[in-house]
Ligand binder design. Structure first.
Ligand code: 7RM
Length: 649
């Protein structure tokens, strides 16, 4: 029992979808969800085969699943072309002249690519890759700004069976070297730069730097986004537009095996070397297609916008593959949410009449901090559905999102999933699931999620434990690239035949899943295991607080003391009195054991580039006063120096 994570936050507000929304949604009632979920768990092969049949297969599979834990093969013997499914398919189903991507650059220009135009661009670039000698299964590293060419490059790789590894454009030359040498990429696709917060990110210069250390890249293809003159290395570097002009725009999509590798995406392990998460074709496409259809309820007249970068898994699954497989129209935006000010996202929603909007809690908290005047002065009435991903969303942030952005009328899908899971695993279905602020609610079809204690017993309601998935699902990772041992050790070692996600969670009486944080972050105070998310949400509930991160500090008596880092809203003045008030507030909301021993006010928190709070760094900082581990994923290095100063005071 003492190993379990205790849970103290209780949320009683329940929000049901409107009748109007349910009527038009794909899944209209909880009875329908329950029936389909039951079938999908009892007969996964039947359920997933039905979903997969909605895609185009050049050869049908003989068996939906072959499972020898921890290795799954989905749609065994089936052959398909992932790119054909995202592009060509729509040329004959009435969507040829429909906008696939509506792009807006940070400086304000706008571009529109129909499915037919996208097809032409992708075919042409596939021919460029072929002309450069890229073959099936070769790895191609993509390091691009958020421009349509990033998506085109991914699709072109998929089209010819090459394996892409997209590296987020905000990462350094050093990170490129690590990833290049791990996957042994043959070619790099990049741009001369990209616009971010009014400046230019020197992407090609970073690639040049990286290639001084990793020399096995034969070809660098450079998309001209900025147009400045940049150094081009003879015999290695070529411009995208020059090469495109030399090749035909016709390319026939050949079929690849369902288990053909599609991409490798690096995700930072808690320490050391990043893990190359390997995804394959048929199963991945089926899950991303199906989750878009049911969870975002994508309809033909939707304008969908996911604000993630293509460098994250969210961009892979919910910009490139899932939405395009569904033939939806989507918005893609190059730049920062606060350029020129915090109204930019809402300008874009208004300008293109976005109907489905998918973003991260970290962005929502930044918007709250910036003030209501930004959304208040824009017309957001086109929105019908909102989503979040990346972290537990604090109930207060959920309420703000619901009221200020959703106008109280849009369901919110809080989607839990991971780079490893490939697609959304736990989420409301917008037309039926009653939502509560802070919970990702119920498992998606085919997802057998459970919370187990240390002995492998299933936890009861409100008992915290480890989140596991007990059955294989189509978009599961197939391995860590080149490291089967690490694959087994990381994900399959805790319980026989089950996937451990590394997250702590609990369910409530209705069976909703509440993610309380990464297991490495869980606090242990006087033998009570507390989720960081709960203490943070209690703090964020206070009107003075914008954001918080909670970590444990070694404590002689209690084992761990609770240390809270807090950023306050715009015009709040920090003081000892406020710190005291916040401690008492946590005591009131959760209980005396969760009261922070220390509160540190700070202008910002250390985050990963995708916006997740790096509690690991804070924990080390409070324990030792310094940082020793890998911090290449940190967004803003100066945050650490500020915190160090702050802690010395
Ligand atoms: C998609 C993505 C995965 C980790 C995961 C969780 C956390 C993601 C939610 C969430 C609570 C959510 N992939 N996480 N979504 N926690 N509620 N809706 O983020 O590989 O980068 O991260 O993110 O801890 O394990 S990821």
């Amino acid at each position: 029992m003492s190993d379990n994570i205790e849970s103290h936050l209780s949320e009683n507000r329940v929000f049901k979808p409107s009748k109007e929304f349910s009527k038009n949604a794909r899944i209209k009632s909880m009875a329908q969800y329950k029936r389909m979920h039951k079938e999908s768990i009892e007969k996964p092969g039947v359920f997933w085969a039905r979903e997969a049949k909605e895609l185009t297969w050049q050869k049908k599979w003989t068996k939906p699943l072959d499972w020898k834990a921890p290795y799954a093969k989905w749609f065994v013997g089936g052959k398909l072309n992932v790119c054909e499914n995202c592009v060509d398919r729509h040329l004959t189903n009435g969507r040829a002249n429909k906008a696939a991507i509506i792009w807006e650059g940070e400086p304000g220009e706008s571009r529109n690519l129909t499915y037919r135009q996208l097809h032409r661009e992708v075919c042409q670039f596939a021919n460029v890759l072929l002309a450069q000698g890229i073959k099936s299964k070769d790895r191609v590293l993509i390091y691009m700004p958020m421009v349509p060419e990033a998506v085109i490059a991914m699709l072109a790789c998929a089209r010819i069976g090459a394996v892409h590894s997209v590296v987020f454009g905000g990462f350094s030359a050093e990170s490129i070297v690590d990833r290049l040498s791990d996957c042994k990429a043959k070619a790099v696709v990049t741009a001369d730069g990209g616009y971010r917060r009014g400046g230019v990110v020197p992407l090609k210069a970073n690639v040049d730097e990286a290639l001084k250390k990793y020399k096995a890249v034969d070809t660098v293809i450079v998309h001209q986004r900025i147009g400045d003159k940049i150094p081009m290395k003879r015999g290695r570097d070529v411009y995208w537009h020059d090469e495109a002009a030399k090749v035909s725009a016709k390319h026939e999509a050949k079929a690849f095996d369902s288990e053909h590798p599609l991409f490798i995406l690096y995700t930072s392990g808690s320490t050391g070397k990043p893990k190359g998460i390997l995804h394959t074709s048929g199963g991945y496409l089926t899950s991303t297609y199906s989750t878009c259809k049911y969870i975002f309820d994508m309809q033909d007249d939707d304008v969908y916008w996911c604000t993630a970068d293509v460098g994250w898994v969210t961009g892979h699954s919910y910009i490139t593959y899932g939405p395009l497989a569904n033939g939806v129209t989507q918005v893609m935006y190059e730049g920062a949410p606060n350029h020129p000010d915090f109204g930019r996202f809402w300008d874009i929603v208004e300008k293109y009449s976005v109907t489905i909007f998918y973003t991260a809690p970290t962005a929502i908290r930044a918007f709250i901090k910036a003030g209501d005047q930004f959304p208040d002065s824009r017309d957001l009435s086109s929105l019908r559905l909102l989503g979040t991903v990346g972290e537990p969303i604090n109930p207060e942030a959920w309420m703000w999102y619901h009221e200020k952005i959703g106008g109280g009328r849009c369901p919110i899908v809080d989607t839990w999933w991971q780079t490893e899971t490939g697609a959304i695993m736990i989420s409301p279905l917008p037309g039926c699931t009653p939502t509560k602020p802070g919970t990702a609610t119920l498992p998606f079809f085919g997802v057998d999620a459970a919370i187990l204690d240390e002995t492998g017993e299933e936890c009861g309601p409100n008992e915290g434990g480890k989140l596991v998935i007990r059955k294989p699902w189509p978009s599961m990772l197939r391995s860590i690239y080149g490291d089967k041992k690490r694959y087994r050790d990381t994900y399959w070692n805790d319980y026989t035949g089950m996937y451990t996600a590394g997250d702590g969670a609990r369910t409530d009486k209705q069976g909703n899943f509440w993610i309380v944080g990464r297991l490495d972050d869980v606090l242990n105070v006087s033998g009570h295991r507390l989720g960081t998310a709960e203490v943070e949400s209690a703090l964020v509930e206070h009107k003075a607080v914008a954001e918080s991160a909670v970590v444990g500090r070694p404590h002689e008596i209690k084992g761990q003391g609770v240390v809270a880092f807090v950023t306050v809203k715009g015009n709040v003045k920090t003081s000892d009195a406020l710190a005291k008030e916040l401690r008492n507030h946590v005591g009131k909301v959760i209980g005396a054991i969760a009261k922070p021993d220390e509160i540190h006010f700070t202008p910002s928190l250390p985050k990963t580039r995708s916006g997740k709070i790096m509690r690991r760094l804070l924990k080390e900082l409070v324990a030792t006063g310094g940082i020793s581990g890998n911090i290449t994923t940190l967004e803003d290095y100066s945050v650490i120096a500020d915190l160090q100063k702050n802690l010395k005071k």
